[in-house]
Write a protein that binds this ligand. Structure first.
Ligand SMILES: [Fe+2]
Ligand SMILES: [Fe+2]
Length: 186
């Protein structure tokens, strides 16, 4: 089996799994289901959000290796990062952070939301700068550092601990709700 055949088979598998998950939705939503499939297949809400973190980190690794002559590549990678982070932020802000708030962890919920606002500002700043400007990569490095710090806090301190305090039913409900949010904006 060559590489493209493998990708095709995986794509169909992903689509099938996601369509199963979103059974009952109209066929025109198939594209959205495919977009959300990697997160659905990652497992529960913590695994799904962690997988999305790794995806964005991979895009940043590529972006930070670019030089000032690769403006188009920088813009393309930033667009992918912005798209992935928008979906990710909706999933967290519409389900996980409100659940934290409800569980009397309002301070955590609030400061994670503030981090997201900072992240949006980085994207806004980078889009206003020329991607050929040497300052662009300096700002991108600051963005990467801030984002990694935020993701580490979620992964190491907040999410697994919160999952452990919830019942399997509550965790399953969060996973389902989170995937619906991702599907909505995919
Ligand atoms: Fe977050
Ligand atoms: Fe996150």
């Amino acid at each position: 089996m060559n590489h493209s055949m493998q990708n095709g088979a995986l794509g169909r598998l992903a689509a099938g799994a996601a369509l199963g998950f979103f059974a009952g939705l109209a066929v025109p939503h198939a594209r959205k289901a495919v977009m959300q499939a990697p997160s659905v297949m990652a497992g529960d809400w913590v695994d799904a959000l962690t997988a999305e973190h790794r995806l964005v980190e991979g895009l940043f690794d590529k972006l930070l290796q670019t030089d000032d002559s690769q403006a188009a590549k920088r813009e393309a990678l930033l667009a992918k990062i912005a798209y992935a982070l928008s979906k990710h932020a909706i999933e967290e802000e519409n389900v996980i952070y409100p659940a934290l708030m409800e569980a009397a962890r309002a301070d955590t919920s609030r400061h994670l939301t503030e981090d997201h606002a900072k992240i949006k500002t980085f994207i806004y700043d980078l889009r206003r700068l020329s991607a050929a400007d040497p300052k662009w990569l300096v700002r991108a490095r600051e963005f990467d550092a801030e984002l990694r710090r935020h993701m580490r806090e979620e992964e190491d301190e907040v999410f697994p601990h919160f999952r452990n305090t919830l019942s399997p039913e509550d965790n399953a409900r969060l996973t389902k709700m989170m995937n619906w949010e991702g599907f909505k904006v995919a």
